[in-house]
Structures are given as structure tokens and as C-alpha cells.
Design a protein around this ligand. Structure first.
Ligand code: PLP
Length: 422
């Protein structure tokens, strides 16, 4: 048996990916030149060759950028002091993180159940609803709620669902359509509705104004359990602490993830009203996970909330979002119509909808070449998503504009060289 060695070159790492991790991931990595990310700080990531990337991707995790000093400091101090808990004794850092988070969630949402990932937060909400008889699941077409089997029933995407059927039964209604939602809530037994305030992986889909308030009204009318999935939109990404804020709503459960980690340690949470949380308040062993609420994750969560509040990053996200949207509009103006179908966003959740999926892939690669990391949308292949950190400076904004301009020129060149085009 040969002894394993540490792979260092891209070729070696690719080989280990093929043998031990995923051949598919290795294939994708080859398409992006097999660049390896090795360091990060603030809005930037560096690869092994020293190339610098401005991170507008990261699937929405890095609201605080990378290695935020306050979060790193809190986490390293906690690692040295007491990283994991026995779970038998009281653990004060969990109490601190819960108070910090409950201090910024909408009034009445103050019962906090910490977990390790967004999908686990979704599972938590599904179980809270089921424990109270709301067993019929409803979510929105295009909605993304994770890939564990319960959450997957809500994630409306055959590509991810079909290999794993049968899943929990769930009904998917068109996002933004109150009539269809009223119909779905009105037939059958008590329901649990899970929605995002703005669909992220669905391709940055913004519902009509007033939609969420009406959704809440319908849920109350039909006795439905209302779960607002703010895993991607929350913690200030939309320029408000929560997508719930502009319509002043209070769901039964609000889901938090991604930015809660401070970009340092995975952590997510389901934050409930006292009534919704009653089953777990009564029996703390009803829903548990060994690593949930580990002190090291709690240190990250508490520090992340403090840093976002202390640096006024929620307001900053709104200002930066307007600026980036305007730069994207200007840079991509020559492509509007035939190549770019739409540009939209709220705060630092910005979508560039291309006319076809192939061009969306090309845009991601051209931006990568220009040193800008972005993401495609998991449930909308034509939409390239920008989820930049709220710690950008003016020079970073200029860089984003310049990268978009360079990518636009490259797309125009390849479009004009295609047969049948001028
Ligand atoms: N819900 C939403 C709205 C998400 O955007 C995501 C992830 O992108 C999830 C749930 C699942 O989170 P995770 O990937 O941490 O399991």
C-alpha cells in the first residue's frame, strides 16, 4: 500500500479529485484552468499562482468578506479555549450567539435553534411544522432550499430531485402569484409553506411589492405554518437585515445561514416564534445533532452579527448594491437584447440574466479571466449571480465595472464571430 502524500501542484490535486473526491468536480476545475484557491482576505481570494480575484461569488456566504478580523479573532480564541461542547453542561457562547441573533431578527422571532448548514435549518423548520400537524408541504417554483432529502422536496428542480424520488410530497406554486397560493392553501389539510423573500438560486427573482405581506395574511387565514427562508437573503444582504423587513412581516420560522458564519465557520439557524417553537421547548431531544451549536460556531455567529451591526454593513449593502447594479447596466448595455435579457437585484444580490445558458457560462468564465468570481444560479442556468461582500471599497467597485466591461467585449467578439451574425 503506497503511503499518501500531500498533493501540491494543480495536476496532483486534480488527480486526487479524480480518485477520491469527484470526477465531475475535476472536469469542471479543468474548464476553469485548474486554478487552486489558497488564501483569502477581505473581498479577495488568491490562487496558488498568486492571481488575485475579487470575490462576488461564494454562493452568498461572504457578506463580511474573507477572514474578517473580528470573526477570526473570536473563533481562534474559542478554538484555544473550548472548541467543542460536551453537550451535557450549559454552554455560554451558545447563549451569547442566540441573544445576538435574536437581537436582530424581527420582533417575536426569538427562539433559536442552531444547526450546521442551511439545509439542516430547513429540515428543522419542516419538523417544527410536522410536530404541529402542518404536514402538507408547499414551496415555490424555482425555490431553492437545499439538498437533504426533506429540503429537496421543497427545492423545485427536477435535475436534483428526480434521482432520489420518491421524496416527501410537496406542491410548488408560481412565485409571486397570490391566487395560486390561495388555491394551494385552500385545498387539502394544514400546510407548511416555505418561501424565500427573493429567490436566490432561482435567478434573483424579486416578487411584486406587497407579496410577502399578503402571503402572511393567507397563511393566517388558512392556518398554515409560514417559513421564510432567508438563508441567502438574510443578515443584511438585501440592504435590510431581512427580506421580511420592508413588508414588516413575522413568519412562524425565519431561516438563517451563509452570512451567519462570518465566512469562517459553518453555522445556520431556525429562528422561531415561541408558539412555533413549543415542541422543541418542551423536549430538547426531539431534534438534535452532535455538532450543532458547537462553541466555535457560536463564536463565529456572535462575532458575525456584531461585526455586521458594528460596521453598519446592512446600510452599506444597500448603497453598494445600487452602485454595482448601475455599473452592470452601463457595462452590459451593448449586450442588451440579443445577449443579456435582464439585469436586476436588491442590495448585494444581483442577477444578470442571459438569453441562453451557454452564454451565461461564458460570462462566468470571462469574468473569472478578468479576476472576478461570480456564480451561476443552481435553479436558473441563464442567470449569473453577483453576491459581493459588504466590505467593498470604491476601488473594488471600479474593478467590478472594469471586469464586466472586459467580459462584455469578449462576449460581443464571440457573438459577432458566430455564423449568421454581423
Ligand atoms: N435555502 C436557500 C435560500 C439557499 O440559498 C440555500 C443554499 O444555497 C439553502 C437553503 C441550503 O443551504 P446549504 O447549502 O447551506 O445547505
Amino acid at each position: 500500500m503506497s503511503s499518501p502524500t500531500t498533493p501540491t501542484t494543480a495536476a496532483e490535486v486534480l488527480d486526487v479529485y479524480r480518485r477520491h473526491l469527484s470526477r465531475g468536480r475535476a472536469r469542471l476545475a479543468s474548464m476553469t484552468g485548474a486554478a487552486m484557491e489558497v488564501t483569502s482576505r477581505g473581498a479577495y481570494v488568491w490562487d496558488a499562482d498568486g492571481k488575485e480575484y475579487l470575490d462576488c461569488g461564494g454562493y452568498g456566504v461572504f457578506l463580511l468578506g474573507h477572514c474578517h478580523p473580528q470573526v477570526v479573532e473570536a473563533v481562534t480564541a474559542q478554538v484555544r479555549r473550548h472548541p467543542m461542547a460536551t453537550r451535557l453542561l450549559l454552554e455560554p457562547v451558545a447563549a451569547t450567539a442566540a441573544s445576538e441573533l435574536a437581537g436582530v431578527t424581527p420582533p417575536g422571532l426569538d427562539r433559536v435553534h442552531f444547526v450546521n448548514s442551511g439545509a439542516e435549518a430547513v429540515e428543522t423548520a419542516i419538523k417544527l411544522a410536522r410536530a404541529q400537524g402542518k404536514t402538507r408541504l408547499i414551496s415555490a417554483v424555482g425555490g431553492y432550499h437545499g439538498k437533504t432529502t426533506g429540503a429537496l422536496a421543497l427545492t423545485s428542480q427536477p435535475l436534483y430531485q428526480d434521482p432520489f424520488r420518491p421524496l416527501l410530497p410537496a406542491e410548488h406554486v408560481p412565485f409571486g402569484d397570490l391566487g395560486k397560493l390561495a388555491e394551494a392553501l385552500g385545498h387539502g389539510g394544514p400546510a407548511c409553506l416555505v418561501l424565500e423573500p427573493v429567490q436566490g438560486e432561482g435567478g434573483v427573482v424579486i416578487p411584486p411589492p406587497g407579496y410577502l405581506a399578503q402571503v402572511q395574511r393567507l397563511c393566517t387565514e388558512h392556518g398554515a405554518f409560514f417559513v421564510l427562508d432567508e438563508i441567502q437573503t438574510g443578515m443584511g444582504r438585501l440592504g435590510t437585515w431581512w427580506g421580511a423587513d420592508p413588508e414588516d412581516i413575522r413568519p412562524d420560522v425565519l431561516l438563517v445561514g451563509k452570512g451567519l458564519s462570518g465566512g469562517v465557520i459553518p453555522v445556520a439557524a431556525a429562528v422561531s416564534t415561541a408558539a412555533a417553537y413549543a415542541p422543541f421547548d418542551r423536549d430538547p431531544f426531539l431534534h438534535t445533532s452532535t455538532f450543532a451549536a458547537s462553541p466555535v460556531a457560536m463564536a463565529a455567529a456572535a462575532a458575525a452579527v456584531r461585526a455586521i451591526a458594528g460596521e453598519r454593513l446592512v446600510e452599506r449593502a444597500g448603497v453598494l448594491g445600487h452602485d454595482i447594479l448601475a455599473r452592470a447596466e452601463a457595462a452590459l448595455a451593448p449586450l442588451r437584447g440579443d445577449i443579456v435579457a435582464d439585469i436586476r437585484g436588491r442590495g448585494l444580490l444581483i442577477g444578470i440574466e442571459m438569453c441562453d445558458a451557454q452564454t451565461a457560462g461564458e460570462l462566468v468564465l470571462h469574468l473569472l479571466d478578468a479576476g472576478l468570481l461570480t456564480n451561476h444560479s443552481l435553479n436558473a442556468q441563464r442567470v449569473v449571480r453577483l453576491t459581493p461582500p459588504a466590505v467593498l471599497r470604491d476601488a473594488d467597485l471600479e474593478r467590478i465595472g472594469a471586469a464586466l466591461t472586459t467580459a462584455a467585449a469578449a462576449l460581443l467578439r464571440s457573438a459577432s464571430s458566430r455564423p449568421g451574425r454581423g
